[in-house]
Ligand binder design. Structure first.
Ligand code: SF4
Ligand code: SF4
Length: 472
């Protein structure tokens, strides 16, 4: 009965054939790629931690204020109404991802993704510190106490990480207030911090590499974004196969290691590349969805090749094309199209940014009656004028009627003083003489002016009773 339930082939590298979790404890493989990745990882951790504290033009380097719908990047604030800029920005991000993947494969996954960086260079080292390295004897001392210490470290790191992550959304000042205030003063914020910490703990303490294998959409997309010439971590099957173990040879008192048969390839089937893999796969099975191109198997195999006196690079950064035909095609259509597209998008983004006026103003009809008849039979339409100050100084705004004659405007408040990147609105009562309404609606132009010289005309359709003659 049991055998009936066994899958015919491996379903997931983190599942045992009986469906239970296969906990991965990758063996670290010191080497040039691990050293380089460690430097990059710690540089990124420092940048990620420091960015919310850095201010440019008095604003945080990055602040994604979702509630206020304001997004600040390096001193420039964008609003949800900046649809063109945000659209262009998203397109730039997507085309950049396509281009980088076509050129360098999953370099983001293996070198820069926060999931990999924190998992491989923070959480796994903590695990090894308390549990010992995989394949070595368990550390002396009470295992229960060591486990407890390990989880205390996990919780502390997760809490720190959660606070850093949240500071990108609420700003460091708010966060400081939350940390030093009583949770009862801000229960929602406290719950958000608690939930984010629990989420980090779940991800890095329990779910781990499965985020890359089953949850991350980018991992799923990679197969359509890679082509045969993209950079991958690949096993040189032509050189390594047929694989086979080393044989001990005794000559006199000397013992040497040699391949078992003359026809044998360079792979000695030591499985060091498998034991070091953080996603638990065997690179010798070919390019797989689970491979995050972390290069740990390169370091592991290079060390083995050094020991048996063979050239390094049985597993290496290469491409499918190079593995099959010995040559990597660098110039491909997509590597011309993507940069050109990116150039156009970046130029458009910069162009829109530079030609943006010092403020944004719009007029919206208030809900309720289309119009009201006020004193002397005059027709009143109610609207709201919304202004966003895009300049870098505080500006006072006002509004007046540009045309037609016979229409006046009453504002509440009469003027609007806005700090940089602030948005507010004023109520406008647009009052017109009844005889203007020979058609309904009539076109009214409202001129918004700012103390910094800003000027913009807004179109408003004023509704009213149509008078057949000159008098009611
Ligand atoms: S196969 Fe190699 S490059 Fe791919 S995830 Fe495993 S160790 Fe990293
Ligand atoms: S580390 Fe190298 S030699 Fe050892 S099994 Fe992997 S590919 Fe073969």
């Amino acid at each position: 009965m049991d055998t009936l339930l066994q899958p015919e082939e491996r379903v997931l590298s983190t599942l045992n054939p009986d469906g239970s979790r296969r906990w991965l404890k990758p063996r670290p493989s010191p080497g040039k790629w691990l050293r380089a990745r460690r430097v990059v990882a710690w540089l990124l951790i420092v940048i990620f931690t420091a960015l919310p504290y850095i201010t440019i033009n008095g604003k945080p380097a990055i602040l994604l204020d979702i509630l206020a719908r304001e997004f600040t990047f390096f001193g420039k604030t964008f609003f949800a109404t900046d649809t063109l800029l945000l659209g262009l920005f998203m397109m730039i991000v997507f085309v950049s991802i396509f281009m980088i993947t076509a050129l360098a494969g999953r370099v983001w996954c293996g070198w820069a993704c926060p999931q990999t960086v924190y998992m491989e260079f923070v959480y796994r080292p903590i695990e090894r510190l308390f549990d010992g390295k995989p394949g070595t004897r368990a550390k002396p001392g009470s295992s229960g106490f060591r486990k407890l210490l390990k989880y205390v470290c996990y919780v502390l790191v997760s809490a720190f990480l959660a606070h850093t992550f949240l500071s990108y959304f609420v700003g460091v000042e708010n966060l400081r207030h939350w940390i030093f205030g009583s949770p009862l003063d801000h229960p929602i914020a406290f719950l958000v911090v608690l939930f984010t910490t629990a989420l980090m703990l779940f991800d890095f303490g329990f779910f781990r590499e499965q985020t890359c294998i089953v949850a991350c959409p980018y991992g799923r997309f990679q197969s359509v974004m890679l082509d045969r010439s993209s950079l991958i971590v690949g096993y040189d099957r032509n050189r390594g196969e047929p694989r086979g173990p080393l044989k001990r040879r005794r000559k006199g008192g000397d013992v040497s290691l040699t391949v078992a048969q003359e026809s044998q390839g360079d792979c000695i089937d030591c499985t060091m590349c498998v034991q070091t893999c953080p996603t638990g796969i065997d690179i010798r099975d070919g390019l797989q969805l689970e491979c995050i191109h972390c290069a740990q198997c390169i370091d592991a195999c290079d060390a083995v090749m050094d020991r048996i006196g063979k050239p390094r690079g049985l597993i290496r950064y290469t491409s499918q094309e190079a593995l099959d035909h010995g040559k990597r095609k660098l110039l491909r259509a997509r590597l011309i199209i993507y940069p050109l597209l990116l150039l156009v998008l970046i130029s458009a983004f910069v162009g829109v940014l530079l030609t943006k006026s010092g403020a944004e103003a719009s007029i919206i009809r208030e809900s309720g009656n289309l119009f009201n008849i006020v004193q002397d039979g005059q027709i009143m339409n109610q609207a709201r004028i919304r202004i966003t100050n895009r300049s870098s100084s505080t500006v006072t705004y006002s509004a007046s009627i540009a045309s037609p004659e016979g229409v006046r405007i009453e504002l509440t408040p009469e003027t609007l003083t806005l700090e940089p990147n602030k948005m507010d609105s004023m109520m406008a009562r647009i009052i017109a003489r009844p005889e203007l309404f020979t058609t309904s609606p009539i076109d009214v132009y409202v001129r918004v002016t700012g103390s910094d010289g800003f000027e913009k005309e807004l179109h408003f359709s004023a509704h009213g009773k149509i008078w057949a003659g000159s008098s009611p």
